[in-house]
Ligand binder design. Structure first.
Ligand code: PNS
Length: 162
């Protein structure tokens, strides 16, 4: 049986930490859907189309990865797509409570759905998309935080919103 999983997130924008988790998931499972949450209540800096395009560029060459936008409940979308597990990266202890809450909620909504956590690479465990945006907005260097191939695009786009 084909193992099909989803790596969901806001990806606003994609970071090297995201790419690390998705790349590792692609080695473990047959097919990985990268699900970009469409209707973000938290006012994303990048549109869904921009976030998808940046992810596609960053994940070029990984054949078993597909990047799509999704709306509504993750548990419903996963069922609709025949996904058996959600794969998420776990960074520092601070991530744990929220991730645990989400995993249990998704399990309640769709009892067939598992959540698999991959521990973040130590190099990527302290930063987030929000941190990238904050550093860029204050003129800092974000080159260690975002994939090299989309660095200039992300920076240019963030400068527009300053
Ligand atoms: O990158 P993020 O912001 O931590 O990703 C959060 C995401 C997209 C995985 C989460 O907000 C989500 O699954 N949203 C879809 C709505 C939903 O299913 N909510 C109930 C379970 S948390």
């Amino acid at each position: 049986m084909e193992t099909k999983v989803i790596c969901p997130g806001s990806f606003d924008p994609v970071t090297r930490g995201h790419v690390d988790i998705i790349t590792r998931a692609a080695r473990m499972f047959d097919h990985v859907i990268v699900g970009v949450l469409n209707n973000l209540a938290k006012n994303p800096s990048f549109t869904t189309e921009e976030r998808i395009a940046l992810l596609k560029e960053s994940l070029k060459g990984i054949d078993n990865v597909e990047v799509v936008g999704f709306d509504g409940l993750l548990a419903d979308y996963a069922k609709q797509q025949g996904v058996t597990s959600i794969v998420k990266g776990l960074r520092a202890v601070s991530d744990f409570e929220y991730e645990f809450q989400q995993a249990l909620t998704n399990k309640k909504l769709n009892p067939d759905l598992e959540t698999v956590f991959l521990t973040s690479h130590s190099e990527f465990m302290y930063f987030s998309s929000s941190m990238v945006k904050q550093v860029a907005s204050l003129g800092g260097d974000i080159s260690s935080f975002v994939p090299e191939c989309v660095h200039d695009e992300i920076l240019a786009r963030l400068k527009q919103t300053l």
